[in-house]
Design a protein around this ligand. Structure first.
Ligand code: 6PG
Length: 473
C-alpha cells in the first residue's frame, strides 16, 4: 500500500502502554513527528492527553496507522514479549513494503528475534531487536538502548535514537550493537547482571538487619554512604530511598510489610540458560536467579525455619561495615565480569561482532545497571578490545586484590552466622576457582574414564588416553 500523500509521521509505535507512550513523548520532545497504534481507546486517550503539547494523535486502525507513516516506514513495537510480537508482525506485514523497518523494543528472547529477523529479511523488511533499559522514567527522559540487526536500517534511526537516549559526558547511551539478535542478547545479559546486583543489595540488607541487628534508619545510612563513593549506582540510589518510605496503611516502614517472594519475567533465567548452553560460568548471576526461586518456597521456608531455628548474630568488629563495602564491591565486580565474559563468548559463537567497550559505554547512563564501576569496565575494554575477562585488566586487578580481605571476612562471618548469602558466596568461590592454576578436575576426568572409558588427556604428552583402572588396582 502506498499512502505517501497522507504520510506525515516519521516514526510509529505499536503499543501505547506507559513505556510506549513515554518513548513517543520523548521522541516528540526531541522534534520528531510521531504517532502510535493501540487497540485500546483508553491508551489512545492517555497518549493524546499526555501529548497535548505536541498535538499527538494515535490510531485504533492499523491500516490508517501504517498509511500515516513516511517511507521507509519505521515502526517500533513495545508490546509484551512472546506470541503478541508475532501476531503484531503478522498484522503489519501485508501493509508494509520492501525497505520498511520494524524495531522490537520489548524484552524478547534472542532466539525469537533471530527467527523474526530471518523471516522478515526474506520479505525485504528490516528487523531490529532493540533492548531498552531504564524503566518508565528512562523511556520518557533518556534510556539506554541496544539495537542489533541490519546496519543499513540503523542508519535510518541513528539520529533519532541518539537524540532520545540518555547522555553521559555528552555521549549518547545507544550504539549499533551488532548483527542479528545481538541487541536482545545484550539486553538479556544486562538483566542477568541486574538480577545479581539486586540480590547482592538484598544480601547486604540481610547481613545488616539479621546479622548485625541494624534498624531501617541505620541501613539507609550505610547505603547512602556507599552511594557517595565507588559503589555509586542507580540501584544503590533507589535502594537507599526504599528505606525512607513509610507505609500509608500502618505506622511501619513500607519495606517491612512487603511479602518476601520475588517475582520475575524471565530475562535472568534466560541469561543462566544460555550461559549453560555456551559453557560460560556466571554463578553470581545464577545464584540470583535461584534465590528468586527459593524466595517463592515460602511455606517450606517457614516450616524449615521452625525445624532448624534462627540465625545467630555476627560477631562484628568496628571495621565490619567497611569490610561489607569491600565485599559488595568485589561481588558486584564479579557480576559485571561474568556478564561481560558471557558477551565475549556469545560474540564468537553467534558471530555478533560485539564491541565490548561500546557496550560498557552505553550502560554508563540511562539503564538500570548504570554505575560508577562501568567507567572502569569501559576503560579496560577500550585499552584492550579483545580482552577475554575483566579480571585480566591491571587496574581492575589492583582494586579486586584490595577488596579480598574484607570479602573473606564478610562471607565467612555470614556463613558462620547461618545467613543465606548465595550471591556473595558464589562470587568468592567463582573467583577462587578461576584463579586456580591447577584445579582438581583431573580427578573428574579419571572418574569418567574409570566408569565409562570416556578417556583423558595428559599433562606430559599430546593425545587421548584410556587406562585399565581395574587392572592397575
Ligand atoms: C530495564 C529492566 C526492565 C524490567 C525487568 C524486570 O532494563 O529497564 O530490566 O527490562 O524492569 O525486565 O525484570 P523482572 O520482572 O524479571 O525482575
Amino acid at each position: 500500500m502506498n499512502n505517501d500523500n497522507k504520510a506525515k509521521y516519521a516514526f510509529g509505535m505499536v503499543g501505547l502502554g506507559t513505556m510506549g507512550r513515554n518513548l513517543l513523548l520523548n521522541m516528540a520532545d526531541n522534534g520528531f513527528a510521531v504517532t502510535g497504534y493501540d487497540k485500546s481507546e483508553k491508551m489512545l486517550q492517555f497518549f493524546e492527553e499526555e501529548g497535548k503539547k505536541h498535538d499527538l494523535k494515535g490510531f485504533a486502525d492499523i491500516e490508517q496507522f501504517v498509511g500515516s507513516l513516511q517511507s521507509p516506514r519505521t515502526i517500533i513495537l513495545l508490546v509484551p514479549a512472546g506470541a503478541i510480537v508475532d501476531s503484531v508482525i503478522l498484522e503489519l506485514q501485508p501493509l508494509l513494503a520492501k525497505g520498511d523497518i520494524i524495531i522490537d523494543s520489548g524484552n524478547s528472547h534472542f532466539t525469537d528475534t533471530s527467527r523474526r529477523y530471518l523471516e522478515l529479511k526474506e520479505k525485504g523488511i528490516h528487523f531490529f531487536g532493540m533492548g531498552i533499559s531504564g524503566g518508565e522514567e528512562g523511556a520518557r527522559f533518556g534510556p539506554s538502548m541496544m539495537p542489533g540487526g541490519d546496519k543499513e536500517a540503523y542508519a535510518v534511526v541513528k539520529d533519532m535514537l541518539e537524540a532520545v537516549s540518555a547522555k553521559v559526558n555528552g555521549d549518547p547511551c545507544v550504539t549499533y550493537i551488532g548483527a542479528g539478535a545481538s541487541g536482545h542478547f545484550v539486553k538479556m545479559t544486562h538483566n542477568g547482571i541486574e538480577y545479581a546486583i539486586m540480590q547482592l543489595l538484598a544480601e547486604a540488607y540481610d547481613i545488616m538487619k539479621n546479622g548485625l541487628g541494624y534498624d531501617n534508619n541505620q541501613i539507609q545510612q550505610v547505603f547512602e554512604k556507599w552511594n557517595n563513593g565507588r559503589l555509586k549506582s542507580f540501584l544503590m540510589e533507589i535502594t537507599k530511598d526504599v528505606f525512607l518510605v513509610k507505609d500509608d496503611k500502618t505506622d511501619a516502614f513500607l519495606i517491612d510489610v512487603i511479602k518476601d517472594e520475588a517475582k520475575s519475567k524471565g530475562t535472568g533465567k534466560w541469561t543462566s540458560q544460555v550461559a549453560m548452553d555456551v559453557e560460560m560460568p556466571i554463578p553470581t548471576i545464577d545464584a540470583a536467579v535461584t534465590t528468586r526461586n527459593l524466595s517463592k518456597l515460602k511455606n517450606l521456608r517457614v516450616e524449615l525455619n521452625e525445624a532448624f531455628g534462627e540465625t545467630e548474630k555476627i560477631k562484628a568488629d568496628a571495621d565490619f561495615i567497611e569490610d561489607l563495602e569491600e565485599a559488595f564491591y568485589f561481588a558486584m565486580a564479579n557480576a559485571y565480569a561474568q556478564g561481560m565474559h558471557l558477551l565475549w563468548k556469545a560474540s564468537i559463537d553467534f558471530e555478533y561482532g560485539l564491541n565490548m567497550a561500546e557496550i560498557a559505554k552505553i550502560w554508563r547512563g540511562g539503564c538500570i545497571i548504570r554505575a560508577e564501576f562501568l567507567e572502569d569496565i569501559y576503560q579496560a575494554y577500550q585499552k584492550q578490545p579483545d580482552l577475554q575477562h575483566l579480571f585480566s585488566d591491571k587496574n581492575v586487578q589492583a582494586k579486586i586484590k584490595k577488596s579480598l580481605k574484607g570479602t573473606r571476612n564478610v562471607v565467612t562471618s555470614g556463613i558462620n552466622a547461618g545467613l543465606g548469602i548465595p550471591c556473595f558466596t558464589a562470587a568468592l568461590t567463582y573467583f577462587d576457582t578461576l584463579k586456580t592454576g591447577r584445579m582438581a578436575s583431573n580427578l573428574t576426568q579419571a572418574q569418567r574414564d574409570f566408569f565409562g572409558a570416556h578417556t583423558f588427556e595428559r599433562i606430559d604428552s599430546e593425545g587421548i588416553f584410556h587406562a585399565d583402572w581395574n587392572k592397575n588396582l
